[in-house]
Design a protein around this ligand. Sequence first.
Ligand code: CDT
Length: 305
Amino acid sequence: MPRVVRVGAAQLGPIARNEPREAVVERLCTLLHAAADDGCEFVVYPEAALTAFFPHWYIEDPRELDAYFEKAMPSGPVNRLFREAAERRVGFYLGYAEAAETANGRHHFNSAILVGRDGSIIGKYRKVHLPGVDHVRPELPFQNLERLYFEVGDLGFPVFDAFGGRIGMAICNDRRWPEVYRLMGLQGVELIALGYNTPLFNPDADQSPELRIFHNELCMQAGAYQNATWVVGVAKAGVEEGVHMMAGSCIIKPTGEIVAQCKTSGDELAIADCDLDACNEGKRSEFDLASNRRPELYGALVETG
Ligand code: CDT
């Protein structure tokens, strides 16, 4: 039986700092319905898709900061997204800021969930590779304070049985690290969903927007090819509160080729039929990881430099 999953990469344009959750969820639902009308069964939204990307600013007021975090998933306005997605039988990946209440207090993560076509949460991922710093640098035009606002994810890189295949998740800066794809590749991943909020300018480096766009595609295409997996990378794009964000959300097939891509910097869908069996060729030949890797040597190589 063919294992074709029709996927919608649901790019978002900017979200204003004062944009209510209800308005954002309305936008998510509009994309969801367009995807469902086009036959999609899985929609991928960006990183931190419910709010402006608040790590770009130092927020002194603890109550203002707290308002960016979800204390339960789903809750409040987000219930609507779960309800309408289940009604349309569309599953989704959703990035959000998570406040997790545990026995030893409250913990904050940059998280993503995988939701099935029946609206149930199949799995969660918490971002491991947090960019930026944990202190304010007033001289910069904008911050990346993810290391101030979030803890490093503690769930590893799990892969879930869903949509007839093996589905993994990553978040933004994770995509630049080959071990992220490989750890999921070793678990047989067939589609990696990945949301991002990437400024077109890096205040810490002299990089043109063109070079940054090249690196965005380079790392996701390499991750797809080297692990024979689909990768769906989805942006929050446009000018968000003065920060120019990268667009170019795309769907990449296991050969590393881009098969669908957004053209604008706003709310937009890119759709592709992702044949999970297209992973088989790579997984059985060049990237048959079990027969080609030499993990017994890698430790020694690292130790001897
Ligand atoms: N959100 C996130 O992870 N952003 C980083 C920005 C790095 S450059 C300032 C990224 O890798 O896209």
